[in-house]
Each structure stands twice: as C-alpha cells, then as structure tokens.
Design a binder for this molecule. Structure first.
Ligand SMILES: CC(C)(COP(=O)(O)OP(=O)(O)OC[C@H]1O[C@@H](n2cnc3c(N)ncnc32)[C@H](O)[C@@H]1OP(=O)(O)O)[C@@H](O)C(=O)NCCC(=O)NCCS
Length: 387
C-alpha cells in the first residue's frame, strides 16, 4: 500500500483566491482601498500626467524616464514596429472570421520564428524583444482588421506615438488628437495589474526557463477567456443588447432571475470600485461631449447605479471593474467589438514582459501541488474484464 497519508501542504482556496505567490516590485493593488500603483506611482496620478510610452518605460525599468531616456525609448520602439513580411502573408491566409484574439495569440507565437533573438534569454535581448512585441502586436491587430475587411494594411508612422499610430494603421486617416489621447490613457491604465491570470500564466512559462515569446503566448491564451480579457467584449455586447437607457432596469431585473452575470462588474481583488474606472469615465465623458453620442456612456452609468443599489451586488462587494467603462470607450473610438480583448493585450504586453523580466531575474520553477481527492490503491483489471 502506498503511503497516502503523507503530509501535504494545506490546500489553497479555490482559484488560489487570496494566495500570495511571490514578491514583486512592479505593481501594487489594495483591493479594499481601491488603490493601484505602478512601481510606487498611483495610477490616477500617472493617468493625469503621463503617457503610455512613459509608463512602458516605468514598468520595464523601475523608474520614470528622464526626457533623454524617454526619447531614446521612443526612437527604439518606433523603429521596431513593422511586422516581418512573412507575418503579413500569414495574416492574409487566415480565415476572415477567425477570432482576432486567437489571431493575436497565434501571431505572437509565429513572431518568435522571425525574431533574431527568440532563443536568447539574456536581460538585454528580452528587453529588445519586448520592445519589438509592443509594436508588432499592434500592427498584427491593425493589419488583420484591415485584411479581413478587404483593405490593404497600412504602414506605421514613426512620427506618431503608440496610440495615434495604431489609429492611423487601423483607419488610414490622420488620428483625431482627442481620440488618440483617450486611447493612450486607456493603454496606460491597463498596462499592468499584479498577478492577474494572464500575467501569472506568463510567469509560470518563464519560470521553466522557456523564452519570452512562449511566455507571452501563454499570457495571450489566458487573456482570451470571458472571466478575464474577453469580459470587455462581453460588456459591450451587453450594452448593445440593452440598447437604450430606459431598458437598463428591465434588463437588469431579468438577468437576476436567470442568474446572468453582469460583465464588467466584480473583481477577485477589488472590493470597491476599480481605481481605473474614474480616469476611464473622465476620458469617455470628454469623448462623448465632443461627439454628442452619449448612448453607451449613459447606459453604462445607469447600469452601474442600479447595480450599486442592489442588495445582491452590495452584499458581495461587486463594483464596476476596468472593463465596464473600457467597453464604451473603445466603442466610441470606433474599435470593432471583437477586437477589444486585443486592445487589452496591446496594453498589457508591457506588464506581461515586465513580469517575465522579473521572474527570470530571480527564478525558481513555479510548480504548485494539488490536493488529490480521487481514489487510491485500485486493483488492476484486465481490459476484457472491465465493464
Ligand atoms: C471577475 C470575477 C471572475 C471574479 O470572480 P471570483 O472572485 O471568482 O468571484 P466569484 O465568481 O466566486 O463570485 C462571488 C459571488 O459574486 C457573484 N458574482 C461575481 N461577479 C458577478 C457579476 N459580474 N454579476 C453577478 N454576480 C456576480 C457570484 O455569482 C458569486 O455569488 P455567490 O456567492 O452567491 O455564489 C467575477 O466577478 C466575474 O465573473 N465578473 C464578470 C466578468 C468580468 O467582468 N471579468 C473581468 C474582471 S477584471
């Protein structure tokens, strides 16, 4: 008989809720107070004063850049945006109805084959690969979106920052400064979030001494799920289904009778409103005031109000998370709904890669254990006697 009573670590809470996995100095989340900091800087302050490129520098290097450091990073990142021609050829061959999130996941993996340093895990090579991926995945999305609609991909513009360049590659028109600013802020706000599921997946892969592209492919596959990165798409689908403000209440009441989850509400860590919600609301408000198209903003506002007053949501501390207002913001920017998760990845690539750097700098294989609850010592029965 095997020793089945050998001592084992106490089982973790389901979904590893509340477990601390590792030290990290990248981002700090206080779920009770609603605080998020990147490298010690409050997200609200960064949203007010910084840009996405500056925050990318901060997350990768641990401090805010000087003007010279920022300029150097801008020049580097803008020079490595273009996609290898082979990737554009592959994008043309993919089915037009493929999920953009799956296209991005596959593309990250394929990009490794064309990266001159894909198997080099040195810190300097990883930093250069991260910089390339930052630009390349934005190009993958913009190019695939155009290809599936029968248009030619548009080359990047080195004179534009990351957000404005993406809008340029997507639409082929001079980006509206307010739209570019709103997108830049969105990218800044989602750039990192501690040990969320996709970041954890990236760190698990990195902990095996695999390579950066493999870690980011794992992260992208993990982001795809509706409980994580696809929630933003689902949130927009629900707003579209609601259609107008007067429908919010009946939609909400009906959803409660069927047990439907409100997408963009609830969070594993935040027990109060997500600190990223307010800056998103601020940007969205600016956009809708400029365009006069308030419909989706008003629906989201009303739904948040109703959920806040509802005892079921109140008792469970369920508040608006980052996806709730990201959805109408991206929609107002004319971004196709089924690419919202890729927009999330366009931002989170910075955090994912920062976490891979951190994991590899002080690595130990991540290998937890399970609490086995199945049977033991079963007799072996010949196949012809099994039934
Ligand atoms: C984010 C999320 C997965 C966190 O899940 P979690 O920490 O595992 O919490 P649970 O799924 O155990 O939910 C706890 C309780 O709140 C309820 N709940 C959680 N989110 C809910 C939502 N959006 N709508 C309605 N009820 C919700 C659950 O049904 C559960 O109720 P119970 O205690 O009666 O069983 C969850 O809140 C969710 O599914 N939200 C919608 C998807 C989303 O917006 N994801 C993006 C996260 S940034």
């Amino acid at each position: 008989m095997s020793d089945v009573t050998a001592t084992k670590p106490a089982p973790a809470a389901k979904g590893m809720a509340g477990m601390v996995i590792s030290d990290s100095s990248i981002s700090f989340v206080d779920g009770a107070a609603g605080i998020l900091e990147y490298r010690g800087h409050d997200i609200r302050q960064l949203a007010e004063h910084s840009s996405f490129e500056e925050v990318a520098y901060l997350l990768w290097n641990g401090h805010l850049p000087t003007a010279a450091e920022l300029e150097e990073m801008r020049m580097e990142s803008r020079s490595c945006r273009p996609l290898p021609g082979e990737i554009v050829t592959i994008l043309r061959q993919l089915p037009n109805d493929a999920s953009p999130t799956a296209v991005m996941r596959s593309s990250i993996s394929i990009l490794a084959h064309y990266d001159p340093e894909s198997e080099d895990n040195s810190p300097a090579a990883n930093r250069r690969k991260a910089c390339r991926l930052l630009g390349q995945i934005a190009a993958v999305l913009a190019h695939f979106e155009r290809i599936r609609n029968g248009h030619y991909p548009i080359e990047q513009r080195a004179d534009l920052d990351h957000a404005a360049n993406f809008l340029w590659m997507l639409n082929g028109a001079e980006p509206d400064p307010m739209a570019a600013k709103a997108l830049d802020q969105y990218l800044l706000l989602l750039a990192d979030h501690e040990f969320n599921a996709s970041t954890f997946a990236a760190r698990v892969t990195a902990s095996t001494d695999s390579d950066l592209h493999s870690a980011i492919t794992s992260a992208m596959g993990t982001l795809k799920g509706p409980l994580h990165g696809a929630a933003v798409q689902e949130a927009m689908v629900q707003f579209l289904e609601i259609g107008e403000s007067s429908n919010v209440e009946p939609w909400f009441i009906k959803g409660k009778t069927t047990g439907r989850r409100v997408m963009g509400i609830g969070h594993r860590v935040y027990k109060v409103r997500d600190p990223r919600a307010e800056p998103l609301v601020h940007n969205l408000e600016m956009l809708v005031n400029a365009t006069g198209e308030r419909q989706w903003f008003d629906i989201a506002r009303r739904l948040e109000e109703i959920a806040k007053e509802d005892p079921y949501f109140r008792d469970r501390n369920l508040s608006a998370n980052v996806d709730f207002y990201s959805a109408p913001l991206l929609y107002s920017l004319g971004i196709p709904v089924d690419t919202f998760t890729c927009m999330f990845a366009m931002s989170r690539i910075v955090g994912w890669t920062a976490h891979v750097f951190e994991q590899m700098a002080d690595n130990r294989l991540i290998r937890p254990q399970s609490n086995y609850v199945g049977p033991h010592d079963l007799p072996w029965v010949p196949i012809e006697e099994r039934g």
